[in-house]
Ligand binder design. Structure first.
Ligand code: E4P
Length: 217
């Protein structure tokens, strides 16, 4: 499963990308607002930091506006993926952008029927929002399972990008459910490395090693 970071914080991104485990980045209008920086500048900087796909979301909600913004965003770098909301206008724009060879990420997906339409529109990625569904009292992970089954039934190429991830357990469950990618907040990504038994075991090994008085080098 590919791991994307859901962030516009380029300092944090640079630090975490050094692990070699970050395959791409997603952003959204809220994260752009949080950065306090001009969107095109942030997206260009992120695209310089990671070779993989970088999702940048349109702000227009009409087809012509989404197409114009999508083409502009795609011109920033070859790894930009144009993020489009899952609305009727959004899927019309997705179809046109896809025909133009522009990569697309259809966002704010909350049902399997929506995901089916996005795949038919030619979306490169579909982003089901797991955490927000759970918050709403629904079964976020169940949605990933349903979309996986539908896409496999019809051999759709659209990749399932598990979004709105809130915990390491969400990451594990997404992988088990067959998501192609997960976009993860930086703090949750950092938590993926941790286990109390790893820390306890390492403390013991270091303590015992010190008693030997040896040096490997
Ligand atoms: C994904 O593309 C979205 O930017 C993100 O995962 C939304 O997460 P949130 O529900 O925590 O805001």
């Amino acid at each position: 499963m590919q791991i994307f970071l859901d962030t516009t914080d380029t300092a944090v991104l640079k630090d975490l990308a050094a692990t070699g485990l970050v395959d791409g980045v997603t952003t959204n209008p809220s994260l752009i607002a949080k950065s306090g920086r001009p969107m095109l500048e942030v997206i260009a900087e992120i695209c310089d930091l990671v070779e993989g796909p970088v999702s940048a979301e349109v702000a227009a909600i009409d087809v012509d506006g989404m197409l114009a913004e999508g083409r502009r965003l795609a011109s920033v770098a070859q790894n930009v993926v144009v993020k489009v909301p899952l609305t009727r206008a959004g899927l019309t724009a997705t179809g046109e952008l896809s025909r133009e060879g522009i990569l697309t990420n259809v966002t704010l997906c909350f049902s399997a029927a929506q995901a089916l339409l996005a795949a038919k529109a030619g979306a490169t990625y579909i982003s089901p929002f797991i955490g927000r569904l759970d918050d709403h009292g629904a079964d976020g992970m169940g949605l990933i399972t349903e979309i996986r089954a539908i896409y496999d039934n019809y051999d759709f190429d659209t990749e399932i990008l598990a979004a709105s991830i809130r915990s390491p357990a969400h990451v594990t469950a997404s992988a088990l459910a067959g998501a192609d990618c997960a976009t993860i907040p930086p703090a949750t990504f950092a938590d993926l490395f941790k286990h109390p038994l790893t820390e306890k075991g390492l403390d013991q090994f270091m303590s015992d090693w010190a008693k030997t008085g040896q040096s490997i080098l």
